[in-house]
Design a protein around this ligand. Structure first.
Ligand SMILES: Nc1ncnc2c1ncn2[C@@H]1O[C@H](COP(=O)(O)OP(=O)(O)O)[C@@H](O)[C@H]1O
Ligand SMILES: Cc1cn([C@H]2C[C@H](O)[C@@H](COP(=O)(O)OP(=O)(O)O)O2)c(=O)[nH]c1=O
Length: 228
C-alpha cells in the first residue's frame, strides 16, 4: 500500500443516525476505501472503543440499568467518551492515522439531549469535558425512515435466530425514533460546516459511493493522495 498518511493530515470522521441505518456497514466500507487510497485509518465505536468505555457500554445498554434516566446516562456516556478520546482517538490522530467512529458526541446530543430532555447547557458542558478538544472534522448523518431501518434490524435478528437481541434503546417505540431522526437532522442543520446528511435508504454500494463523494468534497486533498 502506498503511504499517503505522511502527506495528508489525519482526520476524525464520525457516523451518526438512528438504529439500523447502516452506520457500522458504511464505517467498514469507508475504512477500506481510505486504505485503498493509501490512508491508514482505524475504526472504533461508541459507546465503547476502550476497555473502560466497553465496560460502561455493557453497563448502560443491558436492561439492568433501565432506571438510570437520561441525565445519568449523559454523564456515563461522557465518562466513556473521555477515556475513548484520551486513550484511542487522540493518540491515533497524533500518530497520523485517520479515525472513524461509529457514533460519537452527536448521539448524546440526540438521544439524551433532544430526545431525552437533558438540558442543552449540561450536554454542552459534558461535551467540552469529554471531547477534550477533539471535535470530529466530518460527521456523516445517515438518514432514513426508522420503520424501514427497523425492518432491517428485525431481519438480522431473525436470521441470527435470536429471540430478544434488541438492546434497551432499540425497544423504544417508533414515534420516539421519529423524534430522534428529527433531532439528528436538527444537529446537522446547526452544524453545516461539519455535518453532511446522507440518504441511507439505498443499496450499500450506492450509499458507499455517496459517502465517499461527501468525504472527497470535505477533504479534497484525498483526490491527489497516491492510490494503493
Ligand atoms: N444499504 C443497506 N440496505 C439494506 N440493508 C442494509 C444496508 N446497510 C446495512 N444493511 C443491513 O441492515 C442491518 C443494520 O446495518 P448496520 O450497518 O448494523 O446499521 P447500524 O450500525 O446503523 O445499526 C444489517 O443487517 C445490515 O446488513
Ligand atoms: C454513543 C451513544 C449511544 N447511545 C445509544 C444509541 C444506541 O441506541 C445505543 C448503542 O447501540 P449500538 O448497538 O451501538 O447502536 P446501533 O443500534 O446504531 O448499531 O446507545 C446513546 O444513547 N448516547 C450516546 O452518547
Amino acid at each position: 500500500m502506498a503511504d499517503a498518511s505522511q502527506s495528508v493530515k489525519a482526520r476524525f470522521i464520525t457516523f451518526e443516525g438512528g438504529e439500523g441505518v447502516g452506520k457500522s456497514t458504511q464505517a467498514k466500507r469507508l475504512q477500506a476505501r481510505l486504505h485503498k487510497q493509501g490512508i491508514e485509518a482505524i475504526r472504533t465505536r461508541e459507546p465503547g472503543g476502550t476497555p473502560k468505555a466497553e465496560a460502561i457500554r455493557s453497563f448502560i445498554l443491558q436492561g439492568r440499568s433501565e432506571s438510570w434516566g437520561a441525565g445519568a446516562e449523559a454523564v456515563l456516556f461522557a465518562a466513556a467518551r473521555l477515556d475513548h478520546v484520551n486513550q484511542l482517538i487522540a493518540p491515533n490522530l497524533d500518530a497520523g492515522k485517520w479515525v472513524i467512529s461509529d457514533r460519537f458526541h452527536d448521539s448524546t446530543r440526540a438521544y439524551q439531549g433532544l430526545t431525552g430532555g437533558v438540558d442543552a447547557k449540561l450536554i454542552g458542558a459534558l461535551e467540552e469535558l469529554a471531547l477534550n478538544g477533539h471535535k470530529p472534522d466530518l460527521t456523516l448523518v445517515l438518514d432514513m425512515d426508522p420503520e424501514i431501518a427497523f425492518a432491517r434490524v428485525r431481519e438480522r435478528q431473525l436470521e441470527d435466530a435470536l429471540v430478544d437481541t434488541g438492546d434497551r434503546f432499540e425497544k423504544e417505540n417508533l414515534e420516539w425514533h421519529r423524534k430522534l431522526r428529527e433531532g439528528f437532522l436538527e444537529i446537522a442543520r446547526n452544524n453545516r460546516e461539519r455535518c453532511v446528511v446522507v440518504l441511507a435508504d439505498r443499496t450499500e454500494d450506492k450509499l458507499e459511493e455517496a459517502i465517499w463523494q461527501a468525504v472527497l468534497e470535505h477533504f479534497p486533498e484525498l483526490e491527489t493522495a497516491p492510490t494503493a
